[in-house]
Design a protein around this ligand. Structure first.
Ligand SMILES: Cc1cc2nc3c(=O)[nH]c(=O)nc-3n(C[C@H](O)[C@H](O)[C@H](O)COP(=O)(O)O)c2cc1C
Ligand SMILES: CC(C)CC(=O)C(=O)O
Length: 402
């Protein structure tokens, strides 16, 4: 670690400590924007608590002397099952912003998703880590020419997939941003729109509340619907992954429309407050996807154990949003690198302690929801005592001796 950054003085050992350090470093308006959820932030809290309600059930005496935690995501090797989620305006966290994230992702062998609303443009991020796998997150503008141009640029710069965000036809109400009258600091721009940035930033600056809400309202196409997947497919050869699906019904429609993947996401609880935690929606979406496309999950992933749980419930990989921002704020590229290594080490440890050598060894019956424990809900689970042992009718039954 270099001497002149925060990491030299205090070594955070988990993502919560990274957040605490980031809070000390960042201007209040920026920290508030990054950490906030919508409205009363019930879902923000539940995204974390839902992971805690899930408990792991380890098997023992499995030889884990040679663990392999790597995986493949849409044909691309990944050092472990994690993808960096798109988060807007990363240069507010650190002057190297998206380039630092891209370099750390490349170093750690994981895919980075670049936000449409990055503060470094598509091409410069590609140049920062030229051979690394990257996805591009797309917001669809009312002006479809602007949208098509973005997609073409991503394709040309070597991005491997388009993550189409489908949960943001309007921006959720983040109350801290309203109080703070959030707007992008004047030395930064929405870098992908350099030529008309003056016009676009003015939407933020004129606002009396959250500049971002005004920005989204003025530019983003609220009429976006399933038929536009066909339009998007007509303008790009890149695979399209829908980000923000939380129901089985929508997963089925997504598959029928020929998407290449589905991200179960509630946008880090920043859109619809009181919606379900994503880890509680995951299995439904996996059912809807019918094994025809990979399913990913984000919102609330903070620990290696959360990754194990997500895979046990059918995800192929998780995405993380805020964790990367905290790393970036604390130590730029080095901070993101540290966050990724932390999560990788936690994941490897949790996997091994569950008795799994590889990600393929993860099974559904390794997780149970606390409220589904047979000992707590004896009667509703049809449990019977037999030969001194409990026999349940759900997945927990294999572990009745616990
Ligand atoms: C500060 C911030 C900015 C975000 N910007 C975008 C964005 O530009 N596009 C998008 O699709 N999602 C965006 N998201 C949502 C993330 O991609 C992701 O779904 C979410 O952060 C996952 O939850 P987590 O932060 O609990 O890991 C943003 C999230 C945060 C916290
Ligand atoms: C520019 C914003 C709309 C980016 C975003 O998705 C978010 O803040 O959650």
């Amino acid at each position: 670690m270099s001497k002149n950054n925060t990491l030299a003085h205090f070594e955070p050992v988990n993502l919560y400590e990274f957040e605490a350090l980031a809070k000390l470093k960042l201007p209040k308006m920026v920290y508030d924007y990054y950490c906030s959820g919508a409205d009363d932030q019930y879902t923000l809290q539940d995204n974390i608590e839902a992971f805690r309600r899930l408990r792991l059930i380890p098997r023992v005496l499995v030889d884990i002397s040679a663990q392999d935690i790597s995986t493949t995501i849409l044909g691309v090797p990944s050092s472990f099952p994690l993808i960096i989620a798109p988060t807007a305006m990363q240069r507010m966290a650190h002057h190297d912003g998206e380039c630092a994230t891209a370099r750390a992702a490349a170093k750690n062998g994981v895919i980075m998703t670049l936000s449409s609303w990055s503060t470094t443009n598509i091409e410069d991020v590609a140049k920062a880590a030229p051979n690394a796998p990257r996805w591009f997150q797309l917001y669809v503008y009312k002006d479809r020419d602007v949208t098509a141009k973005l997609v073409r640029r991503a394709e040309k710069a070597g991005y491997l997939a388009i993550a189409l965000t489908v949960d943001t036809p309007r921006l959720g109400r983040r109350e801290a941003d309203i109080h703070n009258k959030f707007s992008l600091p004047s030395h930064l721009t929405m870098a992908n729109f350099a030529e008309d940035d003056g016009r676009e930033k003015s939407h933020m600056e004129k606002s009396s509340g959250s500049g971002l809400a005004a920005y989204v309202a003025s530019l983003i196409d609220r009429s976006l619907s399933w038929k536009d997947i066909a339009w998007l497919k007509s303008i790009t050869r890149l695979p399209i992954i829908v980000k923000g699906v939380v129901t089985r019904a929508d997963a089925e429609i997504a598959v029928r429309n020929g998407v290449a993947g589905i991200i179960v996401s509630n946008h880090g609880a920043r859109q619809l407050d009181t919606s379900l935690a994503t880890i509680d929606c995951l299995e439904e979406v996996v059912t809807g996807a019918q094994g025809r496309v990979p399913v990913f999950v984000d919102s609330g992933v903070r620990r290696g154990t959360d990754i194990v749980k997500s895979l046990a419930l059918g995800a192929q990989a998780v995405q993380i949003g805020r964790g990367v921002l905290w790393g970036l704020a604390v130590g730029g590229e080095e901070g993101v690198d540290r966050v990724l290594k932390l999560l990788r080490d936690e994941f490897e440890l949790a996997l091994g302690l569950c008795g799994c050598r590889t990600v393929k060894d993860i099974r559904r019956d390794m997780v149970v929801r606390l409220n589904e424990l047979p000992l707590q809900k004896k009667h509703s689970f049809g449990l019977a005592q037999s030969n001194g042992q409990l026999h349940g009718m759900n997945n927990f039954s294999n572990h009745s001796r616990l």
